[in-house]
Write a protein that binds this ligand. Structure first.
Ligand SMILES: C[S@@+](CC[C@H](N)C(=O)[O-])C[C@H]1O[C@@H](n2cnc3c(N)ncnc32)[C@H](O)[C@@H]1O
Length: 218
């Protein structure tokens, strides 16, 4: 991965951050927004499904959904430290052999990645400048359900993003936080053949689930 923002992901989501996230997950479980996404996905039916979790972090979504019946998962992450932490946690939970770990930028790897029944991106769209490529390519890989958590578009989230990005510039970390318009995110998902199924806003975050439109009966 040679792109500047990919190097930013490696340096921000480093080993120390991965240890902290793993510790927090073991103590507190999924965050509130992630919990909402997990309930919505489980309610849509996930028994025996395959999962593609992009930017899976320490593997919270993979673990929860495998406990609930998902058969296999692929975790694609630009952070080596997060992939190692996710693998450690999956092995600890007895799911190690059911997850494939791929390191890299999903947008670059997309042509080599198979479709999955469920595709998830939890707080990943806000790490990536080219939202149409990330959402378009990932939505196209969802056979049934597409779950995404990203920041709501409000003046205060845009100010927050500007403050984070100033701090990153000062620290010379090539990571930037992006607030993408929900209408544009939804349009990308819909142009990949998905329709809105669930939406909830919780503080900074909005949680959305799309599902693949059924073909009309002949
Ligand atoms: C803020 S963390 C969120 C981690 C986890 N999903 C969670 O909610 O706890 C963003 C994650 O997305 C990954 N990421 C961002 N853009 C990516 C891309 N284009 N391809 C693969 N991983 C990406 C980062 O490496 C990091 O693991």
């Amino acid at each position: 991965m040679s792109c500047p923002h990919c190097q930013g992901l490696e340096s921000l989501f480093n080993q120390r951050q991965a240890r902290n996230d793993l510790k927090a997950y073991r103590k507190l479980g999924p965050s509130k927004a992630t919990g909402i996404l997990l309930v919505a996905l489980r309610a849509a039916g996930i028994e025996g499904a395959t999962l593609l979790d992009i930017g899976g972090g320490v593997g919270v979504i993979q673990l929860d959904l495998m406990h609930a019946g998902v058969a296999r998962a692929v975790d694609v992450d630009a952070s080596t430290a997060y992939l190692a932490a996710a693998r450690e946690e999956a092995e600890r939970a007895g799911f190690g052999s059911q997850v494939t770990y791929l390191h890299g930028d999903f947008v670059e790897l997309a042509p080599t990645i198979d479709m999955a029944d469920i595709v998830t991106l939890d707080r990943v769209v806000c790490c990536y400048p080219d939202m149409p490529a990330l959402v378009g390519l990932s939505a196209a890989r969802a056979r049934r359900l597409y779950g995404v958590i990203y920041p709501r578009d409000a003046w205060w989230t845009r100010w927050g993003a500007a403050a984070v990005n100033l701090a990153m510039r000062v620290r010379r970390v090539p990571y930037r936080f992006y607030v993408h318009a929900p209408s544009a995110v939804g349009a990308q998902a819909q142009s990949a053949g998905l329709e809105p199924h669930f939406r909830r806003v919780l503080g900074v975050w909005q949680v959305e689930v799309f599902r693949r439109m059924q073909a009309a009966p002949a």
